[in-house]
Design a binder for this molecule. Structure first.
Ligand SMILES: C[S@@+](CC[C@H](N)C(=O)[O-])C[C@H]1O[C@@H](n2cnc3c(N)ncnc32)[C@H](O)[C@@H]1O
Length: 293
C-alpha cells in the first residue's frame, strides 16, 4: 500500500538503531496483522482504559492510531456525548482508520495525520490514550511531556504497552521459545525494543509526571488453548522476517516460513506445553495542569 513510507519492506527503511519509524511499517499485511492483534488485545485494553477512568462524555486523544482500533474502543467507552481524535504520523494509516470509522458509522471519532506530541489542537482533552506506541519513540519521556500539554488539569494519560521478557514455555517448546527470541533480539537490534517494562516508570518520572499506576496481563494457556496466540506470534515473525534476516538473528532456512505455523503448533501440542505469552503492561497517571497548549 505505501512503499513510499517504508511500509512494503520494513527492513529497508527501519534498520538503523534509533530510527523513529515503526519497524514493521504500514504494509497491507501489517495493518491486517494489527487488526487481528487488536482482537486479541481488546479485552485487556478495555480493562486498562476503564480502570484508568475513561468514561462517557470524555474527549480523548489517541496517539499512534494505526488502523484505528484503540480509537474505536475509546469511542465506545466515551459514547455519543464524548469524542475521540486519533492521530498517526503515517497518512496512509490515517486514511485507512478514517475509512473504517465511516464504515462503522462512527460519528464521534476523527483522525488526523501527525505526531500529537508536536501538533497543536483547538481544544484540550480529558485523556490521552495509546497502545503499542511509547516503546517505538526515540525518547518516550519527551513524547509524554508533549502529550501532557494537551490535557485539562488532572487529565489522564493511559497507555497499554508490550513486554517480551517473560515469554516462556514449559515443558519447553523450543520453536516457540526461539521465535520469541527472534522477535525480542531483532527489535532490540533495530533500536526499537518491544520491551517497555524496564523503561515505563522512569519515562513517566523523566516527564515530571506523577508516579503511574501499573498493571500486567499475560497470555497463559495449556497447549489446546494456544492457537490464537501462536498465530499472532507467527504473524509477527512473518511481518518481521526481512528484518530478522537482515539483522542476522536467524536465516530464512532457520525460519522456513512455509512450514513455520504448522511446526509451531505441532510442537506445542506434542510437548503438551504451557505457553506464557507477551506481557501487556497498563500504565497510567493524571497530568498536572498544563501551562501551554
Ligand atoms: C504498533 S502500531 C499500534 C497501532 C494501534 N495503537 C493499535 O494498537 O492497534 C504503532 C503506530 O503508532 C504510530 N506512531 C509511532 N510513533 C508515533 C508518533 N510519534 N506520532 C504519531 N504516530 C506514531 C505508527 O505509525 C504506528 O501506526
Amino acid at each position: 500500500m505505501n512503499s513510499d513510507q517504508g511500509g512494503a519492506n520494513p527492513s529497508a527503511a527501519n534498520s538503523v538503531a534509533g530510527n523513529p519509524d515503526y519497524v514493521l511499517g504500514h504494509s497491507d499485511h501489517e495493518l491486517n496483522r494489527l487488526r487481528a492483534q487488536a482482537r486479541l488485545l481488546e479485552p485487556v485494553t478495555r480493562q486498562f482504559l476503564r480502570e484508568a477512568g475513561i468514561a462517557p462524555g470524555m474527549h480523548v486523544l489517541d496517539v499512534g492510531s494505526g488502523a484505528g482500533e484503540v480509537a474505536f474502543l475509546a469511542a465506545e467507552l466515551v459514547g455519543e456525548t464524548g469524542s475521540v481524535l486519533g492521530t498517526d504520523r503515517v497518512p496512509s494509516a490515517v486514511a485507512i482508520a478514517t475509512q473504517a470509522a465511516r464504515e462503522r458509522g462512527l460519528h464521534n471519532v476523527q483522525f488526523r495525520a501527525g505526531d500529537p506530541a508536536e501538533l497543536t489542537f483547538e481544544r484540550r482533552f480529558d485523556a490521552v490514550v495509546g497502545r503499542y506506541v511509547l516503546p517505538f519513540q526515540a525518547d518516550p519521556s519527551a513524547m509524554l511531556r508533549g502529550l501532557a500539554r494537551h490535557l485539562v488539569p488532572d487529565g489522564l494519560l493511559v497507555f497499554h504497552e508490550p513486554d517480551w521478557t517473560c515469554v516462556r514455555s514449559f515443558p519447553p517448546a523450543p520453536l516457540y521459545d526461539e521465535a520469541c527470541r527472534w522477535v525480542d533480539e531483532t527489535t532490540r537490534l533495530t533500536g526499537q525494543s518491544w520491551n517497555f517494562l524496564d523503561r515505563a516508570h522512569a519515562a513517566f518520572a523523566a516527564a515530571d509526571l506523577p508516579a503511574p499506576t501499573m498493571r500486567m496481563h499475560t497470555f497463559l494457556a495449556g497447549a489446546s488453548q494456544t492457537h490464537e496466540w501462536l498465530m499472532a506470534v507467527a504473524d509477527i515473525v512473518e511481518s518481521l522476517l526481512p528484518t530478522i534476516i537482515e539483522q542476522g538473528v536467524a536465516t530464512a532456512e532457520d525460519i522456513d516460513l512455509a512450514t513455520f505455523r504448522e511446526r509451531l503448533c505441532a510442537e506445542v501440542t506434542a510437548n503438551d506445553s504451557v505457553i506464557v505469552g507477551r506481557s501487556e503492561i497498563g500504565i497510567w497517571t493524571t497530568a498536572p495542569p498544563a501551562t501551554d497548549c
